[in-house]
Design a protein around this ligand. Structure first.
Ligand code: ADP
Ligand code: 5GP
Length: 194
């Protein structure tokens, strides 16, 4: 199905686990509350502090698969042992109201969105180095060793695909990366001192 959107209104942010996508999106929403961030469904267990309906919709596998077969997801993918999907209807509703919509999803899902919505804009967030990525995943202290290994394995695959994206931003300094995303999304805010 082809998604009809206004050019530039649907933005996708992808990047390896631990690169700082969540941190960047939180910063972005603070200064641009008009952006609507899609809340994904996942079969992953909630992490400490995560809230149902705010961070994710946490679903049992059978309910997730039911939604897949009902066509309830715009895209979905398996990642590091769990399934993740973007609920279709709220995204289409917000786009049809003319709101900028942001998806923070992994590579396979981004590819599906690209296929169905050629005018969506895709940003890849990259780490300054693989070592720094590993430090960030470990420093977050949210994942088991096994989960970290799966995420690092997948990270190499994702990093190899970065040229598929419309823009690649290196998340070295978070504020600077956030500023670059703002510019790409067409929200030009003046940096202090400029
Ligand atoms: P993701 O959502 O991509 O998995 P997170 O936003 O959870 O990543 O960030 C992973 C860890 O890296 C967190 O502990 C976060 O505070 C840290 N982090 C994010 N951006 C930066 C940055 N620019 N410099 C240093 N640490 C960062
Ligand atoms: P985490 O378990 O760290 O929250 O997320 C793991 C990966 O799944 C991250 O790369 C995140 O961007 C991605 N993700 C989150 N929601 C979705 C979704 O709805 N669809 C897809 N394809 N990936 C998602």
């Amino acid at each position: 199905m082809e998604l009809s959107t206004d050019a530039g209104r649907l933005t996708v942010i992808t990047g390896p686990s631990g690169v700082g996508k969540g941190s960047l999106v939180r910063e972005l929403l603070k200064s641009h509350p008009q952006i609507w961030l899609s809340i994904s469904a996942t079969t992953r267990e909630p992490r400490v502090g995560e809230i149902e309906g705010k961070d994710y919709f946490f679903l049992q596998k059978d309910r997730f698969l039911q939604l897949v077969s009902d066509g309830g997801f715009l895209e979905w993918a398996d990642f590091a042992g769990n399934s993740y999907g973007t609920p279709r209807k709220p995204v289409l509703d917000h786009l049809s109201q003319g709101q900028p919509v942001l998806l923070e999803i992994e590579l396979e899902g981004a590819r599906q969105i690209r296929k169905n919505s050629p005018d969506s804009f895709h940003i890849f967030l990259a780490p300054p180095s693989f070592e720094e990525l590993e430090n960030r995943i470990r420093g977050r202290e949210t994942d088991s060793d096994e989960a970290i290994q799966k995420r690092l394995f997948r990270a190499r695959e994702e990093l190899n695909a970065k040229d598929e994206f419309d823009a690649v931003i290196i998340n070295d300094d978070l504020q600077d990366a956030c500023y670059q995303v703002e510019e790409l999304m067409g929200f030009t805010t003046k940096k202090e001192g400029l």
